[in-house]
Structure formats: C-alpha cells, structure tokens
Design a protein around this ligand. Structure first.
Ligand SMILES: Cc1cc2nc3c(=O)[nH]c(=O)nc-3n(C[C@H](O)[C@H](O)[C@H](O)COP(=O)(O)OP(=O)(O)OC[C@H]3O[C@@H](n4cnc5c(N)ncnc54)[C@H](O)[C@@H]3O)c2cc1C
Length: 576
C-alpha cells in the first residue's frame, strides 16, 4: 500500500478509537456546563446561537450581570480529550467534532488535492473552531483595524480602540516578552492563556531567515508586527486554550447561564415590526422547540453557518431567497464577500535525524513564523510565512491528511525526506482580492450550504502567491540549508517546468496551493451589520463572529474574533 494511503488509514483508525472513548467515557464532561433543561416556550433575556470562539466569550461577559438570563445553544457537544491535548491536534480534522464542509468544485484552484475541492474543517463543539484550530495566537496589524474603522465609519474599530480588548482577554505567560517594551501590548489578567514554546531546533531556521534580511523579533503582536519569530500559542500548562476551556469552564456554575448542547438552531422568528423575537431549534432527541427572547438574539454560528441561518430566516439576497420560497424580511448581501487566506506549501528535506519522542502536552509542530512586505517602506505585511520544523512521518501525515494533497505528491516527498528533518513552509497571501460566496442549497437546515470559495478568481492572488513562495525559497541559499545539502521537494506535476522560471513558480503555486481556515466576511460590517454588529433592517438581532469581519486581517483569525466578541459584549451591556 502507498505510504500516504496507509497513513490516512492509520489516522482514521485512531480517530475511531478516540471517538469510541469519548462517547463511552465522557472524560471531559466535568469541565463544561451541564446540559440545561430547556422546554418549548421558555424565554431568556439573551439567546446566543453557537458556542464557538465568539459565542463562549459573549456568554461569559453577558452572564457577569447576574440579572441577565442567557441561553447559549450549540450544535455540538463537549470537546473530546484530543481537543485538549496540543499534541493530538492532527486528529481533530474530519473527526465527529468537525462539520466537515467542502467547497463547490471550481475546476482550477485545488489541482494538487484529492479530491480537487477545498476541505473546510469547522469545529462542531463547545469552543467551535478554537477547539480544533492550530493554536497560533496572531492579532494582525494596526492597519487592518484602522481599515475596519474606515469601512464602518465607526472609530470604535480603530487599532487604538480595539487594542484594549486584545489585552483584556489575554493572560500572557512568557517571561521574555514581559521584560521588553512589547509588554505594554499584552494582558496578564485575561481568561486566555498564551505561551511560547521555545525549541532549540528552530534557531538555525531563524538564523537562515535573518541571513535573507528578515528581522528576527521576539513578538509580532506588540510594537513590531513585521519580522520572524517563534509564534505565541493559545496553549497553557500543556493544554489547548479554546474559548470553551477558558471562557466557559470557569463560569460553568453561574446560575444565570444555560447551555443547550447538541441542539441545532434552524430559524429566527420576527414580529410584524421586524423585531427578532424567538429562535426555533431541534434538540438531540429531534424535539422541536421555540425559545423566546426579551432583549436580543446574538448569532455566533461562524462564517459558514451564520449566513445560512440568516438566509433560512429571511435575511439575505432577495432573489436567492425568493427562488427558494423564503419570505424576505431584509434584502441584504448575506453570504457574499466570502474571504479566506490562500497559501502555498513548499517543503524542504534537511539533515538526518533520529525519531523524536512525542509528548501529547507539547505543541507538535515547532514553528518559525514571519510577516513580511515586498516594499520595505510598507508598515503592514503582504505575506506570512509559517514554517513547521518536523520529521518525515509528520510530513506524510501533514501532506496526505491535514493538507489532503494527492498521493503522488505525498509519496514522492516522503521518499525523499524519510529520516530527515523537514521544514514545511506555508506562504500566505495576507490580503487576497478574490471573493467567494455562500448560497443555500435547500431550505432544510441540515443540508449544507453551497460554498463557492472563489480562490484565484482575481488573477493577482496567484501571481502574488507564486512570487512570495519564490522569495521564501531563497532560504535554500543560506548557510544552514547549503551545509546540510537541503532538498527542495518538487511535485511531479511541475517537474517538467524549467526550474525557477515564471511558469515553474505559477505551476508550483497552483499545485501546492492550500486554503487556510480563516473564513470571514459573509455578514460583513458595513453591508449586513452596522459598526455595532446589528443586522440592518431588523431589530434585536446581532451577528458576532468571523462573518462580520469585512476584510482579511494580516494573520490568523481566532484572536481577532475573540476581540470582536469582547467588544460586542460591551456594546450589548451598554445598550448600544
Ligand atoms: C483547522 C483550523 C485551524 C485553524 N488554525 C488557526 C490558528 O492556528 N490560529 C487562529 O488564529 N485561527 C485559526 N483558525 C481559524 C479560527 O479558529 C476561526 O476563524 C475562529 O475560531 C472562528 O470563530 P467563530 O466564532 O467565527 O466561529 P466558530 O468558532 O466556528 O463557532 C461557531 C459555533 O457555532 C456552532 N453552530 C453553527 N451553526 C449552528 C446552529 N445552527 N445552531 C447551533 N450552533 C451552531 C458551531 O458548531 C460552532 O461551535 C483555524 C481554523 C481551523 C478550522
């Protein structure tokens, strides 16, 4: 059997065993709020749909007021043990806790993958994607937020006004950063534990990027946002810091917090004045319930499910809704403006190494991360470089399973890299111009929406990706890479192109193109919600999650979304 095929079979087998353990032993249930006893017709002050990165934060902050009764409804259940242990992170994708979406085939952008469509993992459990993600703590650049302020015409989103909210949620545990001027940008009292995992073996790679002229910095979330570093992680004391473990577990016994798990919200109902008045939901036992709300409904179902729920409830593009026979409450561009970072993977086989022991509490892929510009005068990055320093077995798993590249590619790479240290380098176009959209396929809430990713629909994204990968590939000229006779691994699809030619890099970028998991923009501020995240054209309804972000931030999206939720909770409490 091919190495990649047997690797996928091994992972699937392990996932099945882990799932059996989770469903029989419920090892993690004690950490989370118990299932609330909720009956048809119950009424709450606030109902939050979705307990993901954003939803858990809002539930925490709104229940700080003991007079507010808050219901948090989540389609999934408690995160299993493999979500808690950073070392088991690779087993989360395509598990029972993943919505496991895929994109509509576009015939172009996913050529190196099997099947040639995007895998779209999304966490379906308390914590949502923060319980399944790769745990990089990245805030983005001041430029991003000043841009949001312009789009919304609301200065509350400027960098200076969002910075206190990043600080509020954070509990940084890195003594080195605390001893630098960067400390002024960090928080020590928040719920979210943040650490760095220092690894000796990353030093030679930092040195290599330094030789190429990139600055080596301690922190890219503080006063310097450009340069290469070992990234901060949402890992503390050996455990993942999802918003479920950090914002929900500590308040699980608050008497005004009600958490309804394994329950799918299917519709929001409005009265004749377009006030959101109740939700409809289906419980695990298939019972249909309607829950009333006194104050507000907050939709935090994520960038795929929030637009789906809004459209099912009559908020969306008129023609699309009418075609499906849905009564239109507000004609808004819900589902449009879908954005994600697109990246390309380049892989290098380096010195011979012996097998390294695995520790489930340790982050499994020591990383060197950089943010860089093409024009040295620019203050925000054009591309991100995420370099995983791993062994060849990890390469195989990452190539065949996590990144679902074709077996011809993964087997070729594995053969050349076996027994050697490997750098898997992911180069990310931080400000892509391509846009996709989400459409309903059916009025049945259980039928997945159609996801058109639109990757490379703006040709400049592919050109930029190819040129950024080529820049990073110059690492092969540095001392360490030369000393160990590093091999740049080339997929069979591009082997016949003249090395280093424009055609080669375009082929490479297309073949090794890999979507990140940073879906945003489908209920964007400025077009679907206002600067206070209230849905235009109706009352008592807000969206608070990745879908409201109007433009990609310069990096990963979990922490920006937590910041948005912190801010939204203050809007709600202040009656804004
Ligand atoms: C594999 C992966 C790796 C990633 N790595 C990183 C990283 O390293 N760093 C980083 O910053 N970001 C990362 N991200 C991105 C980041 O985690 C997400 O952008 C972020 O968590 C999304 O938050 P959200 O609140 O918008 O949605 P989610 O966290 O997805 O929350 C939505 C919640 O709503 C629930 N839900 C949906 N529909 C319904 C419904 N109808 N009824 C009830 N409940 C519903 C879902 O089950 C889910 O729990 C990664 C994402 C993935 C998937």
């Amino acid at each position: 059997m091919d190495a990649s095929v047997s690797e996928i079979a091994n992972i699937t087998w392990t996932q099945n065993v882990l799932h059996l353990l989770a469903t029989t032993l419920h090892l993690t249930s004690y950490l989370y709020p118990e299932q609330a006893l909720i009956y048809d017709g119950d009424v709450f002050d606030y109902v939050i749909v979705g307990a993901g990165s954003a939803g858990c934060v809002i539930a925490n902050r709104l229940t700080e007021d003991p007079t507010s009764r808050v219901l948090l409804v989540e389609a999934g259940g408690d995160p299993p043990i493999e979500s808690h242990l950073p070392g088991l992170m690779p087993y989360m994708k395509q598990s029972a806790e993943d919505w496991n979406y895929t994109s509509i085939y576009d015939g172009y952008s996913q050529q190196g993958h099997t099947p040639p469509i995007s895998d779209i993992p999304r966490g379906k459990m308390l914590g949502g994607c923060s319980s399944i993600n790769y745990m990089y703590y990245v805030r983005g650049n001041p430029y991003d937020y000043d841009n949001w302020a312009k789009i919304t015409n609301d200065n509350t989103w400027s960098y200076n006004n969002v910075l206190p909210y990043f600080i509020k949620s954070e509990r940084l545990q890195d003594p080195n950063i605390w001893n630098t001027p960067s400390a002024a940008f960090h928080g020590s009292e928040g719920y979210l534990g943040v650490t760095k995992q220092y690894e000796k073996r990353t030093n030679k790679y930092l040195q290599a990027f330094s030789e190429l002229g990139y600055n080596i910095v301690l922190d890219t979330n503080g006063n310097y946002t450009l340069g290469f570093t070992e990234p901060l992680l949402t890992v503390a004391n050996g455990y993942r810091q999802s918003t479920a473990t950090t914002f929900l577990s500590p308040i699980k016994n608050r008497s005004n917090l009600y958490v309804l798990k394994h329950t799918m919200v299917t519709k929001i109902n409005f009265d004749e004045h377009n006030n959101a008045v109740s939700i409809e939901a289906i419980k695990e036992n298939k019972e249909k319930i309607t829950i009333g709300v006194n104050k507000e409904i907050i939709v935090s179902a994520g960038a795929i499910n929030s637009p789906q729920l809004l459209m099912l409830s009559g908020i969306g593009p008129r023609k699309h809704l009418e075609d499906l026979g849905i009564n239109v409450i507000a004609d808004l561009p819900v589902g449009e403006n879908l954005q994600n970072h697109i990246s390309g993977i380049s892989t290098y086989a380096l010195e011979k190494i012996s097998e390294r022991p695995k520790n489930p509490h340790k982050y499994p892929q020591p990383t060197v991360m950089g943010f860089a510009t093409v024009n040295n005068l620019q203050t925000y990055p054009d591309y991100q470089s995420v370099n995983l320093i791993v062994d060849s077995d990890y390469l195989l798993e990452n190539c065949a399973f996590t990144n679902y590249f074709k077996k011809e590619i993964c087997d070729t790479f594995y053969k050349q890299a076996k027994g050697r240290e490997v750098m898997i380098s992911q180069t990310v176009v931080l400000h892509p111009k391509s846009r996709g959209r989400i459409l309903l396929q059916s009025i049945n809430p259980y039928v997945y929406p159609e996801i058109y990713t639109g990757y490379f629909s703006d040709a400049s994204d592919l050109e930029n990706l190819a040129s950024y990968i080529e820049r990073i590939n110059r690492v092969t000229t540095t001392n360490y890479f030369q000393d160990v006779n590093a091999t740049f691994l080339i997929p069979p699809d591009c082997a016949s192109n003249e090395p280093d030619s424009e055609e080669f890099w375009r082929c490479y970028a297309l073949c090794m193109g890999m979507p990140m998991n940073h879906y945003i923009g489908t209920c964007a501020m400025g077009s679907v919600v206002d600067g206070r995240l209230k849905v235009f054209g109706v009352q008592r309804l807000r969206v608070v999650d990745g879908s409201v972000i109007p433009n990609m931030t310069s990096g990963n999206t979990n922490v920006p979304i937590i910041m948005v939720a912190e801010k939204a909770a203050d809007f709600i409490k202040a009656g804004n």
